[in-house]
Design a protein around this ligand. Sequence first.
Ligand code: PRP
Length: 544
Amino acid sequence: MNRFRISTPEGTRDLLFSSCRALRQTENAVRDALEERGYSEIITPAVEYYDVFAQANPELDQDQMLKIIDKSGRICVARPDNTTPIARIAATRLDDAALPVRLYYSQKVFRSVSGDHGHKGEFLQVGAELIGADGLAADKDILSAAFAALSRTGADNFRIELGHAEIYKALIEELGADAASSEAIRRLIENKSFAALGDALQPFGSRPAAKALSAMPQLFGGIEVLDEVETLTGNVRVLGAIAYLRRLYQALDEAGYGDRIMIDLGLVHEMDYYTGIMFRGYIGGAGAAILAGGRYNALCAKFGRDLPAGGFGIDVESVAESLQGASRPEVATRRDTVRIALTKGRLEKKTLALLKDAGYDISELEAGTRKLIFTLPDSGVEIVLSKAADVITYVEHGVCDMGVVGKDTIMEKGGSFYEMVDLGFGRCRFALATKKGKDVYGGYKTPVIATKYPAVTKAFFNRKNMDVETIKIEGSVELAPLLELADAIVDIVETGTTLKENGLEVIEDVAPISARVIVNLASAKMKKTAIQKVIAELEKGLEK
Ligand code: PRP
């Protein structure tokens, strides 16, 4: 018994001494900056009813909420987000308060995370909410508070990128796509999946909205991005949003923050939540956004009072970690290097050939050593060789800026990164296959599917509204139906030889696969020029 006596739950950890000091220093710096700007602290319960969060914020995945059943059998959750309870308070408890109200909080949020991904299940957020004010002055107030807070931490290498919810909403409405295609298109823009987005927009031909939407993933960088949009569309709502962003940029530039602002019009998070500007903050050394915010005018109304609102939250622990690491010499080197993780094995040869064609000196890699990290001479590029799934892990955590990995691994493992280029090689497909003549769908038995890719398999049958039982197999999945362990398999088919030689046949294709270039979210922004250069060179290599 007492098996878990000495460990802490997934995603949680103890912080000791210098880590505590660094965290508190950053936390206090952010709190001071917000207090100075007239924001007052509120504290909300660490545990609230599930209903508070269930509908309010579609960005909150139900699976990720840490649930607790109270004595009366009601479902409660450990606070998964700070903005929602504050909207609840604003709508129900601040009747007499003079608007606008400036509120800030410094409290933890909790998520239920599955092990081995290195994702945090508990983190301290300090954030601000400006409630009861709308428009340029209010948005400037919120963003100035965000800039002031990050500056106060002592960070010198941070940026905030701006987007606007109206741009995607207006274009998708103009396009006239149904709900399912709109969501698919939104996801492809969000992940910067250029190639797949082109395919998804193909049915809409040369409609101007299709052209503008297909450019959205690329529309990130400096303020000049706004000029580009104006050449792409005449949509009045989009142009209105662009004019608004320009005015906001000018106001923030006058306040001295111009150099720290980037634009990303491909910021298209869950659209029911954000109603105006959206923004994300990045800091050198942290692989993910350390700040997120925007305008959510519809949120308070969900608790019974229609109030405009906007705000942001800062992951102070990640900021503190980045500041602690900033003095290490390798961090300074990393700022100027693009580190690329390559998948060993099947894709390795073709990726290396592509790098060679693009003019990189890969002789050390060709020498066949057991080394794992290689510096390509005079290029500012480092290569890391790893297994496919690890390519994703390294890129997601930002210890590698880019990766080359198969779509099969991307589909199975998922994660937060941009999928920027379809390299076109390593082409094969996922397929459902079984013994010749077998009827997988016949009878009343729940089909048993053997696979190396349980997530891909479950998603495929979910789309069909079918319940199946999956069994994870590590290699040569074809054996499972032959040994009568499973009714069918979902596996990679390249030439089809393995299936044929074992008396199996494809029943249905699941998805096409090829090698993709993935890019870390923060690196795409903080090292944009260097990464775009590598991508352009690889693409040039592909044309040869
Ligand atoms: C893959 C896949 C099939 C085979 C398909 O396995 O799992 O077994 O390739 O290729 P084909 O259609 O050209 O015959 P892989 O070679 O990667 O080995 P593994 O099963 O050990 O992962």
